[in-house]
Design a protein around this ligand. Structure first.
Ligand code: NOJ
Length: 715
């Protein structure tokens, strides 16, 4: 397939534009580095395979620990990188073994899943994506990296850039949602935040783009399942975010567990060599996901671990996470010629180069400084940034006018299992984060300066899961005696994340029953949802006067939500993923095709369900504000364009309500007549801006040829 450009377009606004592509400076990897070459020339095969081996420590693990004894492996030079190893004390102890007790004194590389915060927790990535605020996202990625780098770490397994149209898949919490354009810009922002403009700074980490590729498209939303998508969808929807992250300078890539077109990603030469290195020019190193080499035996493409290891190396894997196949099994492949020694040397070279660029050969303890560790973690600046990000991540889904709260004396009843919860606020993939540092919603509401207007009552009401309704009577008594009810319901942090796929994406337990019972009191209800994935919110919609989608907001959740509830901050988030009405609609996403029989409610034989609407309850890009915005008709600078032209599109956006507010101006295109079927809507730019009440701002976007490109027919 080749890329072609559309020529008949419709441009629509929904509400914002790309940030400058600030590419990380790269060292010229095409030139041999004499230091590295000399080192490689001294290495035994075992030592080389050791550099290509990554093990977890026994501190924690996110999968089966099939191997202990990693300290002996370090000593013998048979393990060059460790993960789940952090803090200055721990990393110093391990690094000492590598640089004092091994023959070649090659320093270890320490990795960890620092996904949305190290100690200061930020909203989960899906929440941050809802901010559509690239600068704020870059700043959180920077702060999490700064804290982690002060605690002995060199490398984070982030950003996860898997586009997903599958809310059943628990890992959507870790991504940027369903849209490739938004996902790509966020991928770049995260890489910039993690790596900065070059390596070796003690406040930055090495990024790892994951999971390559299409891990977000498991059949039926079941984690680790196979992927079956066309090459067009693969290239247009799923691949661009990885490419964007790599072009932004990410130097490591993690393979995914799934197969694509019949080949497990970890053994796919097409993915790891053809696309990654040959098409995109990637010159860093590829690490597998956890034991995914061994899993190629289960996939049924390798007869044993040796076979799988050989396949992985030849496909383009440089580092084996946790399979022990490189360290223990693949030597035979080198002896019998199935693996070329140059291939091994090339992998070792890329790994050693990055260790060198990080400055570890100069000072192996560069990231292990006790004073910096204690001065850096959870500073006021970091907590403030977390609060700011949390506010920006919240999406107002419904408001009959009850929010923000009137500033007059009122009795507020706060209930729901998440109303005074701290532990779940850090969300899944919370690295070193601790719930005890979080501000709960109830705490936030009472600590806020505006709280003086109100009196508060709190009863938990029920658990997140389970059937116990024994507190409902007391809840109703308190509710009836109040002027307004704030209820916080949703998921606990293990209900989304890895290995947390679900067939029913409902609010669990008796939480909806609690809401319905509260509704019967006739009091106004503000519902705050805390969760990791799109949920079915029909009942919530019917039984609430206002709904705030608050994800898992991190350390400052309560203070951020209080600002929103009391009106100090006007919500500006927009959904990065559609919220279905029913699981039967999945996969449901905004940029679907028109089909030959587009929906016509009065014609039976058009594409629709007979028991539910086609539309989601809340679509991608949706989110309300305390104010209202109106748009003028968008204009282009000319009416026809050549390939070399740029298209300038402008629109006037007016704040016609009573609050100052930020709007996310979103630019979509549609190709009405193309050589292949195209989506009914495609996001191509967005811009988030503050518009004061009564003010009008002109918003301009410039699109060029590549914004209109797509793949043509193969034959
Ligand atoms: C498995 C997960 O899929 C991956 O994202 C993570 O980085 C590794 N485990 C290491 O924890």
């Amino acid at each position: 397939m080749k890329i072609i450009i559309l020529n008949v377009i419709v441009i629509t606004f929904f509400m914002a534009a790309c940030s400058p592509k600030n590419v990380t400076k790269m060292v010229d990897s095409s030139k041999p580095d004499p230091f590295i070459e000399q080192l490689i020339s001294k290495m035994t095969l075992d030592e080389k395979l050791g550099q290509m081996t990554l093990y977890t420590t026994d501190w924690e693990s996110t999968g089966p620990t099939i191997r202990g004894g990693y300290q002996d492996d370090i000593k013998t030079g048979r393990c060059g990188a460790l993960f789940n190893s952090h803090t200055v004390d721990f990393t110093t102890r391990l690094q000492k073994i590598a640089v004092e007790e091994t023959r070649l004194k090659i320093p270890l590389l320490f990795g960890y899943d620092v996904i949305h915060g190290y100690k200061t927790m930020f909203p989960i990535p899906m929440g941050e994506a809802a901010s559509w605020d690239l600068q704020a996202i870059e700043r959180s990625a920077y702060i999490m990296s700064k804290e982690a780098a002060a605690s002995g770490l060199h490398w984070t397994f982030a950003p996860m850039v898997d586009i997903s149209r599958e809310p059943r898949w628990g890992r959507v919490m870790e991504g940027a949602g369903e849209d490739t354009y938004l996902g790509s810009r966020i991928a770049e922002a995260r890489v910039r935040g993690i790596q900065g403009d070059g390596f070796g700074k003690s406040d930055r980490l090495l990024a790892c783009v994951k999971h390559f590729a299409a891990y977000g498209a498991p059949i039926a939303g079941r984690d680790y399942n196979s992927v079956e998508i066309s090459e067009r969808v693969f290239r247009e929807t799923y691949l661009p975010t990885y490419e964007a992250a790599i072009k932004a300078g990410a130097k490591t890539v993690m393979t995914s567990f799934n197969d694509y077109d019949g080949v497990p990603a970890t053994g796919s030469k097409y993915l790891l060599t053809e696309i990654l290195r040959n098409e995109w020019g990637f010159d860093g190193f590829v690490v597998t996901d956890y034991t995914s080499i061994n899993e190629m035996v289960n996939h049924g493409v390798a007869k044993d671990q040796t076979d799988a290891g050989i396949m992985a190396v030849n496909a383009g894997v440089d580092m084996d996470m946790q399979s022990a196949a490189f360290q223990e099994k693949i030597k035979i492949g080198i002896t019998d010629g199935r693996i070329k020694m140059e291939k091994i040397d090339a992998s070792v070279r890329s790994i050693l180069r990055l260790k060198k660029e990080l400055g570890l050969f100069e000072n192996p303890y560069k990231f292990s400084d006790k004073v910096r560790e204690s001065n850096t973690i959870m500073t006021k600046e970091h907590l403030d940034a977390s609060k700011d990000m949390a506010k920006k991540s919240v999406v107002l889904l419904k408001n009959t006018g009850v929010l923000p709260l009137a500033k007059k004396p009122m009795k507020i009843f706060v209930t729901g299992p998440l109303a005074d919860d701290k532990n779940n606020l850090i969300g899944a993939w919370s690295a070193s984060g601790e719930g005890r540092h979080c501000v709960s919603l109830y705490e936030g509401l009472r600590q806020h300066p505006a709280s003086g207007n109100y009196t508060f009552e709190h009863v938990k009401g029920c658990e997140i899961e389970g059937t116990d309704k024994s507190q409902f009577n007391i809840v109703l008594e308190k509710a009836r005696a109040s002027d307004i009810i704030i209820v916080a319901i949703g998921e606990h942090k293990d209900l989304s994340g890895e290995a947390a796929s679900k067939t029913m994406i409902r609010i669990p337990g008796v939480q909806e029953d609690l809401l319905k019972a509260l509704k019967a009191t006739g009091k106004p209800i503000i519902t705050i949802i805390m969760n990791g994935r799109p949920l079915i919110l029909n009942e919530v919609e019917m039984n609430s006067d206002a709904i705030l989608e608050a994800w898992w907001l991190g350390t400052q959740a309560g203070t951020a939500l209080a600002d929103i509830v009391y009106g100090d901050y006007n919500p500006s988030g927009k959904l990065p993923m559609s919220f279905p009405r029913h699981e039967g609609q999945i996969p449901i996403y905004y940029n679907h095709k028109n089909t030959g029989r587009p929906l016509n409610p009065t014609d039976k034989y058009t594409t629709k369900y007979i028991d539910a609407p086609n539309t989601p309850l809340y679509s991608f890009g949706y989110g309300l504000s305390y104010t209202t915005f109106t748009y003028s008709t968008p204009m282009t600078n000319k009416s026809s364009f050549s390939d070399a032209d740029q298209v300038t599109i402008s629109v006037n956006v007016s704040n016609t309500g009573n609050f100052d507010g930020e709007e996310v101006v979103q630019l979509y295109i549609r190709d009405l007549v193309a050589s292949v079927t195209r989506p009914v809507k495609e996001l191509k730019a967005f811009k988030k801006l503050m518009i004061k009440k009564g003010e009008t701002k002109k918003v301009e976007f410039v699109l060029s040829k590549n914004d209109f490109e797509f793949y043509d027919q193969k034959w």
